[in-house]
Ligand binder design. Structure first.
Ligand code: PFF
Length: 452
């Protein structure tokens, strides 16, 4: 489908479906399928899930709406959006948090996405052997601990580069429109397969039966970080995407649809992973490697396992691409619009920065595993700083800004598509943005550093 161009030559998504598919494409990725199960695993399962869901809907959806409002109203990158809406105060400095977060995330995300390519190629060539736990673990360590992940990380970043070089609407729209529904179908099929696992019930009660005594400050911060990470919030990603929305994309509906689909995918991933974790006797607290150690056992048990495995890792790789494409867009639009670089140059600069960060993270499981800052490897540090600090901080600023400084008439205009639809919850939205979201985020921060 032809994409429309507006007068300023800024690209606009061609259809409403494309806008939703692309937004969901950014939100759904490794965050749901890789990060959610491992975070839930280390933070007590059900207790984590309940906090995560509460944060997605109480904080995530209002902040998502505020990013959408700012993005579409100004049709700019994160810096330009703050500047256009409040030229006299340096709110735009929040943009630096977004750029930093996007580059940190891109660095470690590319490493995990690199693992998906490695798993895809190995299963495709029939080399993935997870017939018993010892062989499986050995194989996983061999893949992730040496220099090999460096190569896959570079390959992944190259793919990201090529998609972005194809332009916003063409590259992203095409991939998302086909991919997202297919990934969803595959996940449902694997969920049904989970029912056949011997420890199916144990897995499900780990995920769905919350033990409230397990809700600690670190669980709250982890769940908040996961909610922001998974919804691609707090760094201007959704703001940048909304700047490409056409004028009849319904913002409220798009925000709620995105949050629902995104959480659904995370829950499906949990339903796939945890019964298998318990059935194969793996610890749910294995951390970032959890999903990559568990999934191959599931595939091994299925008839045509190599085929399923290849298909799944291929889709996961593509889902990661739609997410990295969106996070790269943040720094690219910044370099283009603020630093007046050509798009090609902006893309090259941000890819090179991500490459340096990616190398540090790729080596964190092997040669650099002993290099630790604050007790964390580069990989863990990048993840912690971006997800648990930058994103909630960026989200808090965006929420305060929209709640207090953007005129209600602008919020009204954006949420009703220039009066075309009714939106009855303006009061509630503004109340959440002014009071609920910033206070909740602030309290969780204080709580996690031990002040509360
Ligand atoms: N939301 C993506 C995921 O869950 O995999 C990750 C992500 C994409 C984070 C884009 C941040 C971002 F700007």
């Amino acid at each position: 489908m032809e994409s429309l161009q507006n007068k300023k030559e800024r690209a606009v998504f061609a259809t409403k479906f494309a806008a939703v598919a692309t937004t969901v494409g950014s939100a759904v990725g490794l965050g749901n399928i890789w990060r959610f199960p491992y975070e839930a695993g280390i933070h007590g399962g059900g207790a984590f899930l309940i906090c995560y869901m509460a944060f997605v809907f109480l904080i995530g959806v209002p902040v998502l709406c505020s990013e959408f409002i700012m993005g579409r109203q100004t049709r700019s990158n994160i810096f330009g959006a703050y500047r256009k809406l409040h030229p006299r105060r340096p709110w735009y400095l929040a943009g630096y948090i977004g750029i930093l977060a996007s580059l940190l995330i891109l660095s470690f995300y590319s490493v995990v996405a690199g693992w998906t390519i490695e798993y895809f190629t190995s299963s495709f060539l029939g080399n993935l052997d997870f017939s018993d736990t010892a062989t499986g673990h050995g194989q996983f360590m061999e893949m992730t601990t040496g220099w090999r992940p460096v190569i896959w990380t570079i390959i992944f970043l190259l793919c990201n580069f090529l998609i972005l070089a194809g332009g916003v609407t063409k590259g992203i729209e095409r991939v998302c429109n086909v991919l997202m529904p297919l990934l969803f179908v595959i996940l449902i099929a694997f969920c049904i397969n989970s029912f056949t696992m011997p420890k199916f019930q144990e897995g499900l009660s780990f995920l769905f039966r919350p033990d409230f005594s397990k809700i600690t400050p670190s669980v709250l911060l982890g769940a908040l970080g996961q909610a922001f990470f998974s919804l691609s919030l707090g760094l201007g990603c959704m703001m940048t995407y909304a700047s490409y929305f056409s004028n009849n994309t319904r913002l409220g509906r798009t925000a709620v649809t995105t949050a629902m689909l995104d959480s659904l995918v995370a829950i499906l991933a949990g339903v796939i992973i945890f019964p298998a974790v318990f059935s194969f006797g793996i610890s749910p607290e294995a951390g970032p490697t959890l999903v990559f150690e568990v999934l191959p056992y599931i595939f091994n048990q299925l008839p045509g396992g190599a085929m399923w495995s290849s298909l799944f890792f291929l889709l996961l790789f593509l889902a990661s691409l739609t997410s990295t494409v969106s996070m790269s867009e943040i720094s690219i639009t910044y370099f283009c619009e603020e630093k007046k670089m050509s798009r090609r140059k902006a893309l090259t600069v941000s890819s090179l920065i991500a490459l340096c960060g990616g190398l540090l993270c790729a080596l964190s499981f092997g040669p650099l595993s002993t290099v630790k800052l604050g007790g964390m490897t580069f990989f863990d540090l990048f993840d912690y700083c971006s997800s648990n600090i930058c994103l909630p901080a960026g989200g808090m600023i965006c929420s305060v800004f929209t709640g207090w400084y953007i005129k209600r008439s602008i919020i009204q205009k954006q949420m009703t598509d220039h009066g075309k639809y009714r939106f009855r919850m303006i009061g509630l939205l503004v109340f959440c943005l002014r009071y609920v979201c910033p206070t909740a985020i602030f309290l969780i921060f204080l709580n996690s550093i031990g002040i509360l």
